[in-house]
Ligand binder design. Structure first.
Ligand SMILES: C[S@@+](CC[C@H](N)C(=O)[O-])C[C@H]1O[C@@H](n2cnc3c(N)ncnc32)[C@H](O)[C@@H]1O
Length: 204
């Protein structure tokens, strides 16, 4: 698969051709919410697609959280908004690399799941900059990163999803974030077991 331009993401949702959407929140997030206090305050979910993770975070945080799902695809945001509300979640269409100024330095948490692996590898530095711009000082990015998305049908360099290692994350994020924790998630979608890493990055 080649790298995608912005319109291609939108077309996927228009065609309902969204193989990455499993119809439920990321198992790693569900496991985290079971074992830890829910993140609260303002939470941003870039590349949130249909918003399953947004609703999981919103339900877990209750009144103490406001969760904003943000995605390039206006159709995804419309479809996500059509789900019954579970808390104070809402959805905005936009490009993470051009985060609206009113969202700058306004989030306590970012939840990352399959946005970082979907963007071009040469956009990763911009992802780090956008995340630093979104968070308040000391804010945290909690993410499940796809270490190894490769199989018989999909090799490195062939387009998304792109893998990354902890070492690469340290190099990429290190100037602006400190990795405070990382661990293998206790649950994953079938086929992703052992291929993901949960990481907490705190903005310096
Ligand atoms: C592989 S999908 C994952 C969606 C969702 N996280 C899920 O697991 O179902 C990647 C998502 O990132 C979005 N995306 C890609 N580039 C983006 C950007 N620059 N800003 C915001 N969203 C982006 C796409 O529209 C798509 O919904």
């Amino acid at each position: 698969m080649m790298e995608k331009n912005p319109n291609e993401w939108e077309q996927h949702y228009l065609d309902q051709n969204i193989p990455w959407d499993k119809g439920r929140p990321a198992p790693a997030l569900v496991a985290f919410l079971k074992d830890h206090p829910a993140p609260t305050g303002r939470i941003l979910v870039p590349g949130c697609g249909m918003g399953h993770d947004v609703r999981a975070l919103s339900a877990a945080g209750g009144e103490a959280s406001e969760v904003i799902g943000f995605d390039l695809s206006p159709t995804a945001m419309k479809l996500a908004d059509d789900f019954p509300k579970v808390g104070r979640e809402h959805f905005l269409a936009g490009d993470y690399f051009k985060l609206p100024e009113e969202l700058h330095h306004s989030f306590d948490w970012i939840w990352e799941h399959t946005c970082f692996c979907a963007i071009d590898q040469d956009q990763r530095a911009s992802y780090v900059q956008a995340s630093a711009k979104a968070l308040k000082p000391g804010g945290k990015l909690l993410g499940v990163f796809y270490l190894n998305p490769y199989d018989d049908e999909h090799a490195p360099g062939e387009g998304p999803p792109h893998g990354c290692s902890l070492d690469e994350l340290e190099k990429l994020f290190g100037d602006l974030f400190e990795i405070t924790e990382h661990w293998q998630p206790s649950d994953a979608y079938p086929g992703r077991e052992g291929k993901e890493l949960m990481v907490i990055l705190q903005k310096r």
